[in-house]
Design a protein around this ligand. Sequence first.
Ligand SMILES: Nc1ncnc2c1ncn2[C@@H]1O[C@H](COP(=O)(O)OP(=O)(O)OP(=O)(O)O)[C@@H](O)[C@H]1O
Length: 432
Amino acid sequence: MSLTSETDERATQADDVKLRLENLDKHFAVNQGILSRILRGESSQYVHAVDDVSVEIADGEAFGLAGESGCGKTTLGKTAIKLTEPTNGRIIFDGEDVTDLSGGDLKAFRREAQVIHQNPYDSINPRFTVYEWVEEPLIVHDIGTPEEREARVLETLEMAGLEPPEAYAHEYPTELSGGERQRVGIARALVLEPSFLLADEPASMLDVSIRASILEVFERLQDELGLTALYISHDLSLLKHICDRIGIMYLGELVEVGPADEIIDNPQHPYTQALVSSVPRVDPDVDRERIELVGEVPDAVDVPSGCRFHPRCPKLIPPEDVDLEQDVWRAVANLRRDLLEDDLALADDETPTPAAIRAEYGVPDELSDSHVDEVLSAALETYTQSDEATLDRLREALESPCERGSIPTYQATGVQRSQCLLHDPDGPYQVE
Ligand SMILES: Nc1ncnc2c1ncn2[C@@H]1O[C@H](COP(=O)(O)OP(=O)(O)OP(=O)(O)O)[C@@H](O)[C@H]1O
């Protein structure tokens, strides 16, 4: 297909691109069993762990991925280096399309792209000594003589900060502290001299006191070895510290990408703004409004239409003819959403009055926009009678532009891109 060959050509030309993901998807099937589908008539459903992600990571760059739990960070990282197969899309590594590699070619690629796991306690085989554990990848890849391997293992242990290396070589991992074990994990990943490192929550299981020293190891290694790294973490201040750029994921999509400082100091996407607002300030003198993220990340099987963040977004765009304060509009939208899903969040089981429902959702008794008030009142009056026509009216009359179609990625600032209609330069919406 012409699009693929054109983009391939670009990748080959762009020497400084280490990894390029093109429209990457990773979907996991649920109800995979044929029997359950036949017996219960269920069609296959999919977890949209990663959806249409495109991003480039430059050679020598440290790229961070953040987002709430379940947003797809680990799946994106693993798919990017083929620890799991993508459902769709292309992976270009060093200018070569590695998407369909298998056999010996895949094994060669594995040498280049290594991973450091989150948990230093269960990611090391306790039957191996530190030496055996770090040497094993060299044996698997049939590298060097025993003497050469010994020199390489000791050198790598030292690089990972286990000094003197001879003292650690014959220890068992169970005899080591968490920080030391994480350094053993780092040494095992580095022994093959990879050019790309995936570090998934590399410090989250460690004490705060040890965390800083492990992060220093990463920073030093990146400088000295010129490694390209993909760091995954919930901790935005950690990512700001060690990354050049940060990508924010929400429900399988990359909703904002930009330089680490800009993402933290000047977030553009409403989701990033909410995430960042919960990070404790380094500088307490600078006032930042705390934006509360209401609710949980929705189910990745049945993803919301339009912008996936719209059911929780504090900046949800109202329909053109709706004239309400933003917080009132958000409250109306929450009530509308739950009415349409027949899932009202109410305090008790008794059939509530429209006024009680409004109060529960923080919607004023009378709205300043009489049209919205009338549509909502009608839906509330007929709520117990499941009146389809009234619900259809509620659905159509109060539909936000954020619920429609697929939302493109826009250039939000000179250096940040954001998947939010507020950043459509040709759109009618004002960025607040
Ligand atoms: N092997 C799998 N089979 C089915 N679903 C999966 C599988 N792995 C991940 N998922 C689902 O994919 C979605 C993304 O999960 P993932 O672990 O990538 O998110 P995450 O952002 O890394 O979360 P966390 O921060 O908690 O590690 C979730 O809904 C998860 O339940």
